[in-house]
Design a binder for this molecule. Structure first.
Ligand code: ARG
Length: 486
């Protein structure tokens, strides 16, 4: 097949890029046993270079390490190894400068780089693939890529955690209704509320952190599936590529994509948390709730309704969560029926992975920018405590403290709620004689117990919404940061 071909001329002092417009045949690196050329439709269908070109850095890093190792075990001479490494580095800079075009005839990033190398240094370039297969090559590239991206996402989570802690510390005093079934339940502190999200994201951080130890396995040297007949120095490769462990079974090494599934799963759980936060911010920004105002910088107007201020970012995070779930389901489904070892189906692991990486990173970053700018309407939150009988449980607990059985107290306060509804009053607005008509156990002290501040402060169990416990959670959060940042 005759195609446009780009040839690198790597005169190391003064390299130029020459284009052979027509007439240079691209011979597939695996073409030996084929008599016919592949069809164009096939090449277009089969290729992955359009997306795995993203992995060029990892691929070149892996190749350089492999080359050094081949030199160490005397398959390449010092000179040969140096020449290959220099050429690979030049290819890397040319890719970075956007001066190289890849070809779909060379299918993927591995064969594109290898054929550029061969174009440039000839027969010597053909030695690089000794003791290596694209199956272990892609597996190591993906692991290197994901180690870096997981660390990046962990940093983004840390920033957002820090912001949640700041918001909590700044708004320690604000009280608002807590909900169950989206019905007013009990009063809580705004700081307590945000520290709940802190806990969720902290778990997310730890999940990503934990997954690193499984991703951190050096799989190069596994060959196509059963190892290689060379005495490869895999310890050297591990050290060179900065991995912690060396994989123990070649068959598993080339067919394992658990580390991608874990990443997608961790991302899905994280996005679920961000989506729940988003959903609440959307609700809180409605005129019905009016608990918050999102900054102009992060909202949109309507093209028809002049009054509108829409919480698009939160909606998009909620929407993109579905997309990340889709990516998880996609890789799980790709892998579920695959016999060992490598199958081409696995090429489908990449686009969804790249998509999740970008989606998660951008979602975390925009939230970190937006959240500090949100204004909390504490007056509105406090007014909203007045309806909904948020202190009904406190009244029941008061009766329990006076000796009544909890179930009886629950029933009696239920009747009082019904009475108050009929009389259009809140519990704290009932006169003592009205209360006494229901139980002799009531005295003046009850009004103290019904205040929302006291309701919260009465929650003395560890992990509760009282100021003392919220302060404890701040301390624990700071300890977490100290541990993670050192
Ligand atoms: N482009 C391939 C992928 O992403 C690389 C591995 C190809 N291996 C093979 N035996 N065809 O999965």
């Amino acid at each position: 097949m005759y195609q446009t071909k780009i040839k690198l001329c790597l005169d190391m002092k003064n390299y130029v890029l020459k284009h052979w417009i027509r007439g240079v045949e691209i011979v597939k690196l695996w073409a030996g046993r084929f008599k016919e050329e592949s069809s164009t439709l096939f090449d277009e269908f089969n290729e992955s270079i359009s997306f795995d070109k993203k992995l060029y850095k990892e691929d070149i890093r892996g190749s350089i390490a492999h080359c050094k190792m081949l030199n160490k075990i005397n398959i390449l001479t010092d000179k040969e190894s140096e020449k290959i490494q220099n050429c690979l580095k030049k290819i890397e800079s040319l890719i970075e400068e956007g001066k190289l075009e890849f070809s779909i005839e060379n299918e993927d990033i591995h064969m594109n780089i290898e054929s550029l190398l061969i174009d440039e240094i000839g027969e010597l370039g053909k030695k690089l693939h000794s003791g290596r297969s694209r199956n272990d090559q892609i597996a190591i590239d993906l692991r290197m890529f994901l180690l870096e991206k997981t660390n990046l996402i962990m940093d983004c989570i840390l920033s957002l955690l820090n912001i949640l802690l700041n918001i909590s510390e700044k708004n320690k005093k604000i009280i608002l209704p807590g909900y169950t079934h989206l019905q007013k339940a009990q009063p809580i502190r705004l700081s307590f509320y945000f520290m709940a999200y802190f806990q969720m994201l902290r778990r997310d951080y730890e999940r990503f952190e934990d997954s690193l130890k499984r991703t951190n396995s050096m799989v190069l040297g596994s060959g196509a599936l059963s190892g290689v007949p060379y005495k490869l120095d895999r310890e050297f490769l591990r050290d060179e590529l900065n991995f912690l462990y060396i994989s123990e079974n070649a068959l598993d090494s080339v067919s394992d994509r658990d580390f991608i599934i874990e990443f997608q799963s961790n991302s899905s759980i994280l996005m679920m948390h961000l989506s729940r936060l988003s959903e609440e911010m959307i609700l809180w920004a409605t005129s019905e709730f009016n608990f918050i105002e999102i900054s102009d910088k992060h909202t949109t107007g309507s093209s028809i309704m002049p009054q509108k201020k829409n919480p698009d970012v939160f909606e998009l995070i909620r929407g993109k969560t579905g997309r990340v779930y889709g990516n998880l389901i996609s890789i799980l489904t790709v892998m579920k029926g695959l016999p060992l070892a490598y199958n081409k189906d696995m090429q489908e692991d990449k686009e969804s992975l790249f998509d999740s990486v970008v989606t998660v990173e951008r979602s975390l970053k925009i939230l970190s920018e937006m959240m500090p700018e949100i204004k909390f309407n504490s007056q509105r939150m406090s007014n909203s405590l007045k309806s909904g009988f948020l202190n009904a449980t406190d009244m029941a607990d008061y009766l329990v403290s006076k000796g009544m059985e909890f179930r009886n107290a629950h029933k009696l306060v239920g009747e009082l709620v019904s009475y108050s509804l009929d009389n259009n009053k809140s519990l704290e607005e009932l006169e003592l004689n009205e209360l006494k008509a229901f139980s002799k156990l009531f005295d003046d002290e009850i009004y103290n117990r019904l205040s929302f501040e006291n309701s919260i402060e009465s929650k003395i169990s560890f992990g509760s919404s009282s100021i003392e416990n919220v302060e404890k959670s701040f301390l624990s959060a700071k300890k977490f940061f100290l541990d993670k940042r050192k």
